[in-house]
Design a protein around this ligand. Structure first.
Ligand code: KET
Length: 461
């Protein structure tokens, strides 16, 4: 039997009028967590020994069952255990050089040097909302420096723990303060979205996005599903370089999505984890978000600097909420602080300082855009090399989606059985949905991947 949570005591003493909504959000979250964990549990809790004399007997946690590895990060765990010299990790979306090495951008090294040399810098706590300069510059980066909401002070931005933390804080805020607690996410989407939003207290539903038959956008399905979503529902949109499909709407399609969403008062929540990685241009990749911001309506956007600045482990990102007026923005920010403070108090200083140093200095900024474009270009070149190589080998199938898809990933169309075969026989690691991280590929490994794909599709058709 699953443990049942009753209403937790409400510790939020100064908000008695919203007590019931907060406690019901907490209930929902706890129940969601229980369901989530119970689903992974195979044995009941009755082996638990709580006897006070049992100090040397079983652990009080003996009933805890081994949890599954994460579908994406677990691929790296398996890869690290593999002893083969030919192993290739195309699982996690992390950039690698032609030599297969992680890359620290030169501009990041320069910014860090500047920070280290500045003896006036201290390690005090940041405010709950993070580094003010970083927040301001991040809002401008995604919305554009001439953006009306930025100029009119109706954006609130809080520094969060990379893209994931920004999504989670946004989700928790919506669960507490927004009238419609359903969020629609695309099918398929980044695997963590469902967990992040469910545990934030939202109810997750899906909208059609990808059509496996055309390996393109199911635009009709998308419009139908958003058209029948309840008015006011939250809709998660990938700002660019959709993960895992690499399929983005065209600008005309974005315009139709915008009109439909605004006409039905659907609230956009953009996940921007790849700004600059899709096209190589920071501005071009922000067009979807900027169109929604330009119409005067409200939106949320979660930004990550993991990929575009290579700051994966620094956990640096931002949540911005564009609002109708600066008065509302001020109040929303005060509530975001109440979400953040009991979660992790305030964010780390180092990564945000690197980003701020780069964004505020014209030369460093320009250098960043050049390095970013070089990463995007290398990924595009990998697409062409893999496509040419499969064609040269005569591998059955139409592989043109490899060069049509955008961003870090190719959604190959390989099935879980073919993926397992490639891992077992060729030591190629990728997620079981057939997604490969093009950034993990190099000219040296393209032939090996080609062999593996060829064998998989000819033997396990
Ligand atoms: N959104 C999307 C769409 C996304 O692909 C990722 C990461 C994130 C948010 C979170 O990134 P963060 O590191 O929190 O800024 N995706 C890659 C890594 C991961 O799964 O954590 C991936 O899909 O491989």
């Amino acid at each position: 039997m699953s443990p049942q949570f009753t209403s937790p005591p409400n510790s939020d003493a100064h908000s008695s009028s919203s007590t019931s909504s907060i406690s019901s959000a907490s209930d929902r979250r706890l129940n969601a967590l229980v369901r989530h964990l119970a689903a992974e549990e195979s044995s009941p809790m009755d082996s638990l020994s709580a006897s006070p004399t049992a100090a040397r007997a079983d652990s009080v946690f003996a009933h805890v069952v081994q949890g599954p590895e994460d579908p994406i990060l677990g691929v790296t765990v398996a890869y690290n255990k593999d002893q083969s010299p030919n192993k290739v990790n195309l699982g996690v979306g992390a950039y690698r050089t032609e030599e297969g090495k992680p890359l620290v951008l030169n501009v990041v090294r320069k910014a860090e040097q500047k920070l280290v040399n500045d003896m006036s810098r201290v390690k005090e706590y940041l405010p709950i909302v993070g580094l003010a300069e970083f927040n301001k510059l991040s809002a401008r980066l995604i919305l554009g420096s001439d953006s009306p909401p930025v100029q009119e002070n109706r954006v609130t931005t809080v520094q969060c723990l990379s893209g994931t933390g920004s999504l989670r804080v946004g989700g928790e805020f919506l669960a507490r303060h927004y009238h419609e607690r359903t969020i629609y996410i695309p099918t398929p989407t980044w695997g963590n979205h469902t967990k992040v939003f469910t545990l934030a207290g939202l109810s997750v539903k899906n909208y059609r996005y990808y059509d496996p038959a055309t390996r393109g956008l199911n635009f009709q399905g998308l419009l139908e599903d958003l058209g029948s979503a309840p008015a006011g529902a939250v809709v998660l949109l990938h700002a660019c370089a959709h993960n895992p499909t690499g399929v983005d709407p065209t600008l005309e399609q974005w315009e139709q999505i915008r009109q439909l969403m605004r006409s039905r008062a659907l609230l956009p929540f953009f996940d921007s984890a790849y700004q600059g990685f899709a096209s190589g241009s920071l501005d071009a990749d922000a067009q979807s978000v900027r169109r929604f911001a330009a119409d005067g309506g409200e939106l949320l956007v979660a930004q990550s600097y993991a990929k575009n600045m290579g700051l994966y482990g620094e956990r640096v990102g931002a949540l911005s909420i564009v609002l109708k007026t600066s008065e509302v923005a001020t109040k929303v920010e005060s509530q975001l602080k109440l979400v953040i403070r009991p979660m992790y108090s305030n964010p780390p200083i180092h990564g945000a300082s690197i980003v701020a140093t780069i964004l505020k200095d014209r030369d460093l900024f320009n250098e960043w855009t050049i390095e970013l474009k070089a990463m995007a270009d290398r990924i595009i070149s990998m697409r062409h090399q893999l496509f040419d190589s499969l064609r040269a080998k005569g591998t059955p199938g139409d592989w043109s989606h490899i060069i049509k898809q955008i961003g870090m990933f190719t959604f190959t169309g390989l099935n879980p059985e073919q993926v397992a075969f490639m891992t077992k026989e060729y030591h190629i690691y990728m997620t079981s949905d057939g997604r490969i991280s093009m950034a993990g590929l190099s000219s040296r490994t393209v032939p090996h991947l080609t062999e593996a794909i060829h064998a998989a599709v000819t033997r396990l058709a």
